[in-house]
Design a protein around this ligand. Structure first.
Ligand code: NAG
Ligand code: NAG
Ligand code: NAG
Length: 505
């Protein structure tokens, strides 16, 4: 045997013995990573340091630069839709949640025949814990996080509330109520505490109390940085240079969240969990311009089908990544986390309804090409129609919808707010760029790779591609289930439930 042959043989022995060692003595630790998923709320594309923001995010920047920045990463335009796809791996047209968000008084939720990410990770042997915003329905106890795969929960069930009192008011008809729970019980103890602190603290406590014989799944869904614009004074000091009042407070909110992420990762390091952890950070949708967020240079903002609504901030940090410290430009979508994370956990996808997400671990870890060639952004048949129908039997362009096929993106119907808004840094006012689309225009086509800011509409010059993408929308539409969007119920009022929002059926 040559010298090289000996080296190869010796390496082979090492590989085999490591394998045997892992399988025999540390099956959980070696093969099942801890998964920590941090979701920010309404966090805009231009609101993180590494996208050139004036807002300082040292912890997020460091984690992202050591890990993989996902720069062709998509979420949904608003809260419930993104969270429903994260938890189910399925498009909204397949869960009935294609229209809007779940209201406080709406008897609605992510349908129970969709096992959640937490259900699947628990089934794979994980301890599963959640802190923060749920927003996937609570009208019956069966829809609460602890009924949907989480061993423990501390957070709020609705879409937004006061950061200090943890209460929300829904007009005179419904009144006001507390929305904060520990597992299933209302929690009145945190009155006066800014939510980023107790949510971070809960995450840190879960990490410190974690029994290492099991892998950990922790889902930390911050209230930050959604409206209302509130933050303790000390986070504002470093931003005295930002004169716009909303942007000023928003910047402080972002910095507070960044500090919280630093505390969570420090706890993971102190407990020795970090070197076997996959840490994911994602926004849930684009920034809300009216509440301090910003998505420059992207077009549009939260709630729209433009890139500013859903081209999201996202990154992964983990020593388990084969390739680290790079920018990934492969198409990845929030529905992909479900099969990706269940796959990493060595779990099984059996018992799920057909998934729309793809397992993207090799895409993220090795920068191999994405298995996702198409992305249905959404089809919302309940949104008010726009413009005229076509004389074809293909997809009706009056319907609000958008789809990505390769580099091309087609939008139909009402796309939502469509301005390009630069960050309101020093001035008290900002001036939206005027947009001159006719009010009945209802088809837009862009090459997102060449034109990520959607300035050059190709719908007139490439009718061939418009036709092809309308055909894909028609295909997806043929697989859609009816929209679930029941009317509000007065029974939801906190008046009937001791001043608390919670299950009423
Ligand atoms: C992070 O930890 C420090 C030190 O314990 C603490 O003072 C700070 O309030 C924490 N920040 C958040 C957002 O939890
Ligand atoms: C993680 O660190 C601990 C303690 O330093 C060590 O025993 C363990 O082997 C490491 N695990 C991995 C996957 O590197
Ligand atoms: C598939 O699902 C069944 C029933 O839910 C479960 O008992 C079984 O263990 C699952 N199979 C795997 C490989 O996890």
């Amino acid at each position: 045997m040559t010298w090289n042959g000996w080296i190869l043989a010796w390496r082979g022995f090492l590989v085999c013995s490591t394998f045997i060692f892992n399988v025999n003595f540390h099956p959980a630790a070696a093969s099942q990573p801890n998964i920590v998923f941090v979701l920010a709320d309404d966090y805009g594309y231009n609101d993180i340091g590494y996208h050139g923001s004036r807002i300082r995010t040292p912890n997020l920047d460091r984690l992202a630069s050591e890990g993989v920045k996902l720069e062709n990463y998509y979420v949904q335009p608003v809260c419930t839709p993104t969270r429903s796809q994260l938890m189910s791996g399925r498009y909204q047209i397949h869960t009935g949640l294609q229209h809007g968000i779940i209201g406080f008084a709406q008897p609605n939720g992510l349908p129970l025949d969709n096992p959640t990410l937490a259900d699947k990770l628990k089934e794979a042997g994980y301890s599963t814990h959640m802190a923060g915003k749920w927003h996937l329905g609570f009208y019956k106890k069966d829809y609460l996080p602890t009924s949907r795969g989480f061993d423990s929960y501390f957070g709020y069930l609705g879409g937004s509330e006061d950061y200090y009192t943890h209460t929300v008011c829904m007009g005179r008809l419904y009144g006001c109520g507390l929305d904060l729970r520990n597992d299933v019980d209302p929690d009145f103890k945190e009155n006066g505490t800014y939510s980023a602190f107790p949510f971070t603290q809960r995450a840190v406590n879960v990490i410190k109390a974690h029994d290492k014989s099991k892998p950990l799944f922790l889902y930390l869904a911050y209230q930050s940085v959604h409206a209302p614009l509130q933050v303790p004074e000390r986070y504002l000091e470093q931003y005295s240079d930002i004169k716009d009042k909303h942007r000023h407070i928003y910047a402080g909110m972002v910095s507070c969240m960044d500090e919280g992420v630093g505390n969570v990762t420090a706890a993971l390091q102190e407990t020795g969990l970090w070197n076997n952890t996959v840490f994911v950070f994602s926004t849930d949708n684009g920034g809300q311009i009216l509440e301090g967020g910003n998505n420059w240079p992207l077009r549009g903002w939260k709630g729209s089908l433009w890139e500013g609504g859903m081209h999201g901030v996202g990154f992964v940090h983990s020593p388990l990544l084969k390739k680290q410290g790079y920018v990934n430009k492969e198409l990845v979508h929030v529905s992909d986390w479900f099969p990706t994370l269940v796959g990493l956990a060595g779990g099984s996808l059996n018992g799920t309804l057909p998934l729309d997400g793809f397992d993207q671990w090799s895409t993220i870890s090795e920068n191999s090409s994405s298995r996702r060639k198409e992305l249905l952004h959404n089809i919302d048949p309940m949104h008010r129609p726009r413009g005229q129908a076509l004389n074809t039997d293909s997809f009706d362009p009056r319907v609000r919808a958008a789809i990505r096929v390769g580099d091309f993106k087609l939008i139909t119907g009402d796309p939502g707010n469509s301005s390009w808004i630069p960050p309101p840094s020093d001035s008290l006012f900002f001036v939206p760029t005027p947009v001159d689309d006719a009010p009945d225009k209802n088809i837009w086509l862009f090459n997102i790779k060449d034109d990520p800011n959607e300035r050059n509409d190709l719908s007139q010059t490439r009718p061939d591609i418009v036709k092809q993408l309308l055909g894909r929308l028609a295909f997806y539409n043929s697989t859609a289930v009816p929209v679930r969007f029941p009317p509000d119920s007065l029974k939801a009022s906190p008046r009937f439930h001791g001043g608390v929002w919670g299950p009423w059926e």
